[in-house]
Ligand binder design. Structure first.
Ligand code: NAD
Ligand code: IPM
Ligand code: MN
Length: 371
C-alpha cells in the first residue's frame, strides 16, 4: 500500500491533478498494487480563507506519505512568493528533495516549434540542484523603501550539496547508458568505452567562486566514472545549443536557478509546458519525494478545462519509478505515447480542441488497452 499525498493547489492544478490521480488509481488496479490518496487543502484558496500556508500538523501529515503529487501553487490573488516559498520551496527543502529531475523527451506526434527537432534528437534529462543556490532565501534588506535601499540575495553552494547532485547525475548517465549507449557520443568517445555523457551547465567565467567549486567537484567526480563522457557549457551557450543541437545532450547537471530557466526552454523543445513532467527527489528515501509538472498554475487558462494533463500523467509515471513500480511507470509512459502518436485527442496547446478530461480519459483507455 502506498500512501500518496495530493496537493492540487491553485489554478489548473486541481484540473490536471484530477486526471493524474484517476490515472494512478487505474494503474494500481491493473498492476496489482494499492494506493491510498490523502488530499491536502493547501494553496491560494486556503491562504485567502485562513491566512495559513503550511501549518505544522499538515506538514507532519505530508511527511508520513510515501510520495506526494503536487499540481501547482501561485495565484495572482496572493503576493508573489507567499505560496511559492512558503509551501513549495518549504516542502522541497524540509524533505531534502535535493534533486529536481526533469526529463526532456520529444514524443512522436507532438509538434515542437523548433524546426528540425525530431524525437531521435530530443531525449535528455536535466538534473537540477534543488536545495541550494539563490533559492535558499539568504539575504535581506537594509533601508527598505528609502532611496538608499540595499537588497541582498546570496547564492549558497556547499561542497556537500554539489557533490550530492553530481553523483546523482553521473549515476543516472550510467543507468541510461546501460542497455542503450547514448547515441550522441563521438566515435572517439565510443572507442574510449564511454556509454553516456554528463554536461555541467554553469557560468564559471563570471561566478568565479561558486562555480569554481562546481567545476572542481565536477572534475573530481568525473574521475570516478571513466565510462561517462563529460562536457561543460556556460548557461547562455547552453540555451543556444539546446535549440540548435539538442542531440548533444544526455544528462545535464546544473544549479537551482539555471535549472529552473533551462527546463522551461527544454519544455518548449518537447512540445510545451503541457507535456513536461518532473520530480523533486529525496534520494535517501528518508522523506517523501514530491512529483509535479514543470508548469505553474496557468492563471490565463484556469477554470476552462483545457489544461493539458499529459505533464501530470508523465509525472505520475516518474513517481511510480521512484516507488519501485517501474513496469507500471513504463506502461503508463507507453499509454501516453500512444495517445500523443495517435493525435486524435489533444488539448489546444498541442493544436487540438479537446478538454483536460477527454485527454485524461484517452490516456486511461490506452492504458487499459495495453494492460
Ligand atoms: P505557467 O507555467 O503557469 O504558465 C506559462 C504558460 O504556459 C501559460 O500561457 C499557460 O497557459 C501555459 N501552460 C502551463 N501549463 C499548461 C498546461 N498544463 N496546458 C496548457 N498550457 C499550459 O507560468 P507563469 O504564468 O509564469 O506562472 C503562474 C503562477 O504559477 C505563478 O504564481 C508562479 O509562481 C506559479 N508557478 C508554480 C509552479 C509550481 O507550483 N510548480 C511552477 C511554475 C510557476
Ligand atoms: C518550478 C517553479 C518554481 C521554481 C517556483 C514556483 C518556486 O518555477 O518548479 O519550475 O522556481 O522552482
Ligand atoms: Mn520554473
Amino acid at each position: 500500500m502506498f500512501k500518496i499525498g495530493v496537493i492540487a493547489g491553485d489554478g489548473v492544478g486541481p484540473e490536471v491533478v484530477r486526471e493524474g490521480v484517476e490515472t494512478l488509481e487505474l494503474v494500481a488496479r491493473k498492476c496489482g498494487f494499492q494506493v491510498e490518496t490523502v488530499p491536502f487543502d493547501l494553496g491560494g484558496e486556503r491562504y485567502l480563507r485562513t491566512g495559513e500556508v503550511l501549518p505544522a500538523a499538515e506538514k507532519e501529515a505530508v511527511r508520513a506519505c510515501d510520495a506526494v503529487i503536487l499540481g501547482a501553487v501561485g495565484t495572482p490573488k496572493v503576493p508573489p512568493g507567499v505560496l511559492e516559498r512558503g509551501l513549495l520551496l518549504d516542502l522541497r527543502f524540509s524533505f531534502r528533495q535535493c534533486i529536481n529531475l526533469r526529463p526532456i523527451k520529444l514524443y512522436p506526434g507532438v509538434e515542437t516549434p523548433v524546426k528540425n527537432a525530431t524525437p531521435e534528437k530530443i531525449d535528455m534529462v536535466v538534473v537540477r540542484e534543488n536545495n541550494e543556490d539563490l533559492y535558499v532565501g539568504a539575504g535581506g534588506f537594509t533601508y527598505k523603501g528609502t532611496p538608499e535601499e540595499v537588497a541582498i540575495q546570496t547564492s549558497i553552494n556547499t561542497r556537500f550539496g554539489v557533490d550530492r547532485v553530481l553523483r546523482y547525475a553521473f549515476d543516472l548517465a550510467r543507468r541510461r547508458g546501460t542497455g542503450r549507449v547514448f547515441p550522441g557520443l563521438s566515435e572517439a568517445e565510443k572507442k574510449a568505452g564511454k556509454i553516456g555523457r554528463v554536461t555541467m551547465v554553469a557560468k564559471t567565467n563570471v561566478l568565479t567562486y561558486a562555480h569554481d567549486l562546481w567545476q572542481r567537484a565536477f572534475d573530481e567526480m568525473a574521475a570516478g566514472y571513466p565510462d561517462i563522457a563529460t562536457d561543460y557549457n556556460h548557461v547562455d551557450a547552453c540555451c543556444m545549443h539546446m535549440i540548435r543541437v539538442p542531440e548533444r545532450y544526455d544528462v545535464i547537471v546544473t544549479t537551482n536557478m539555471f535549472g529552473d530557466i533551462i527546463t522551461d526552454l527544454g519544455a518548449v523543445l518537447q512540445g510545451g509546458l503541457g507535456v513536461a513532467g518532473s520530480g523533486n527527489i529525496n534520494p535517501d528515501k528518508q522523506f517523501p519525494s514530491m512529483f509535479e509538472p514543470v508548469h505553474g498554475s496557468a492563471p490565463d487558462i484556469a477554470g476552462k478545462g483545457i489544461a493539458n494533463p499529459v505533464a501530470t500523467c508523465l509525472t505520475v509515471a516518474m513517481m511510480l519509478d521512484h516507488l519501485g513500480q517501474t513496469a507500471a511507470g513504463d506502461l503508463l509512459r507507453k499509454a501516453v505515447a500512444k495517445v500523443l502518436a495517435d493525435g486524435k485527442v489533444k488539448t489546444p496547446d498541442l493544436g487540438g480542441k479537446d478538454s483536460t478530461r477527454a485527454v485524461g480519459e484517452a490516456i486511461r483507455q490506452a492504458f487499459s488497452d495495453l494492460s
